[in-house]
Design a protein around this ligand. Structure first.
Ligand SMILES: Cc1cc2nc3c(=O)[nH]c(=O)nc-3n(C[C@H](O)[C@H](O)[C@H](O)COP(=O)(O)OP(=O)(O)OC[C@H]3O[C@@H](n4cnc5c(N)ncnc54)[C@H](O)[C@@H]3O)c2cc1C
Length: 190
């Protein structure tokens, strides 16, 4: 379980460890969360978690002022923050759905269920993974894997669940295949 530095206006889930902000006096890294930006997420060892935070928060946690953090150029060959990791992962997941068989065999369906179960355990933003797992375990949200259309729509719903959590607009799931397989009807993807 990781730690979220307490903040009321943050869309991230509440801290799941007892008591927060938690002082990590025993940690090798001796991070005092009260010195971190509010809403900053630490990893399971209490270390700064790059894949759980925006680059801006990550920089602020390293002691940069908000202005300096925003002004510093973003290099393209660095480890991903929560947003870059998310964008790349959604691209991968929706592309998998877009190329899934129209009618999957029982073996393919089993593989897909296993993949999604393992994905929910290993996604490198721990609180994202926990929320995804919890959502996908609800009876009404169980992965739908019989074929491409069903999987694509299920993933679209899963993505919309995160969009809602982050206060982003929902995507129209009738358009998932245009976005991720066929390209838009106006031809701009040709
Ligand atoms: C499983 C998972 C859980 C996540 N949980 C969190 C979290 O708890 N907190 C957090 O800060 N970030 C989380 N993220 C990252 C977050 O979802 C975004 O990727 C990140 O905020 C960057 O957003 P973006 O606006 O660039 O677009 P993204 O949300 O990354 O979307 C990329 C593109 O996908 C398309 N799209 C958008 N919605 C849908 C949809 N419903 N169906 C199909 N296509 C769509 C759009 O064209 C969009 O430009 C999570 C990512 C994943 C993969």
């Amino acid at each position: 379980m990781g730690i979220v530095v307490e903040r009321v206006d943050n869309p991230r889930p509440p801290v799941s460890s007892e008591g927060t902000p938690k002082k990590l006096a025993d940690s090798k890294h001796r991070i005092d969360p009260t010195t971190l930006p509010k809403g900053y997420v630490l990893d399971k060892d209490g270390k700064p978690c790059r894949t759980c935070n925006s680059l801006l928060d990550f920089r602020k946690a390293k002691g940069m002022s908000a202005a300096a953090a925003a002004a510093k150029p973003v290099a393209t060959d660095c480890p991903p923050d929560v947003n870059e990791l998310g964008r790349s992962t959604w691209t991968f997941l929706h592309s998998v759905a877009a190329n899934y068989p129209e009618q999957a065999t029982p073996a393919q369906q089993g593989d897909m269920k296993s993949f999604l179960r393992i994905f929910g355990k290993i996604y490198p933003c721990w609180y994202c993974a926990e929320d995804f797992q919890k959502w996908a375990e609800d009876a009404e949200n169980k992965p739908k894997v019989t074929g491409r259309e069903e999987l694509g729509r299920w993933l679209c719903d899963a993505h919309n669940e995160v969009n809602r959590k982050l206060g982003k607009p929902e995507f129209d799931c009738n358009l998932w295949k245009e976005r991720w397989r066929d390209g838009w009807k106006d031809g701009r993807c040709e």
